[in-house]
Design a protein around this ligand. Structure first.
Ligand code: ATP
Length: 212
């Protein structure tokens, strides 16, 4: 745990939540939302930046051509994915541009929040290094076959496509070493119970830091 918020007593704790494709982090965040926990979705914030940030738009067009945007002005997500996942330099250039802006958007949002903690939801929390600016981290995990099964059903894609996407993310073993808490969403261990338990633990940490 870093001590960024512990020093600033009354601020909510920043809790990063992540998980590989199909692990169930969206579902987990929905449950936390029902507990009244504010969730900042970094992947959505990045998508918004592609659309609404003029500097980002200009740079994307310069790097990838105007076809990187759909006629309606939205980023062409599948084209972008296929370009950057086949070109590590382009991926790095895009990340260098987007991630600081996402962090800035989060910082602006964070100062308006109250309560014991907020969630920063990001598929690449560990890969981008953003976990370092969090007080705690949560990792949602599930067996790989189950994740592939879920995503093939949800996105109507082939198992090979899911595996290709997975290969751009760290393996769970690597993420587990950095996670403060792990939520096992394997449909055998009830996710709700694990979330309620984790919620209590985080609230206790916040209480200790707020009164300490
Ligand atoms: P991605 O990174 O691809 O967005 P994710 O980690 O956000 O994935 P979800 O979208 O939450 O994953 O879950 C993937 C799919 O699996 C969804 O269709 C979701 O409804 C389903 N799912 C997740 N967890 C469970 C569960 N415990 N029981 C049944 N279905 C589940």
């Amino acid at each position: 745990m870093s001590n960024t918020s512990l020093r600033n007593r009354r601020l909510p704790l920043k809790v990063g939540i992540t998980g590989g494709i199909g692990s169930g982090k969206t579902l987990a965040c929905r449950i936390f939302t029902t507990l009244g926990i504010p969730v900042f979705n970094a992947d959505r914030a990045a998508r918004d930046l592609y659309t609404s940030h003029e500097g980002v738009r200009d740079e994307m067009v310069r790097m990838f051509g105007p076809e990187i945007y759909l006629p309606g002005g939205e980023i062409h997500r599948s084209l972008l994915a296929s370009v950057i996942f086949n070109n590590p330099r382009a991926l790095e250039a895009v990340n260098r541009r987007i991630h600081p802006l996402v962090r800035e958007a989060f910082a602006g949002w964070f100062v308006t929040q109250t309560g014991p903690y907020v969630l920063f939801e990001s598929a690449l929390l560990f890969e981008t290094g953003t976990w370092k600016s969090m007080d705690l981290t949560l990792l949602v995990t599930a067996p790989e076959e189950l994740r592939i099964h879920r995503v093939t059903r949800r996105d109507r894609v082939s198992p090979a496509e899911v595996t290709a996407r997975m290969n751009h993310q760290w393996k769970d073993v690597q993420k587990k070493e950095l996670a403060s808490y792990i939520l096992l969403n394997d449909e055998a261990h009830p996710l709700l119970d694990q979330i309620l338990d984790t919620d209590q633990k985080i609230r206790k940490i916040w209480e200790i830091s707020a009164n300490g």
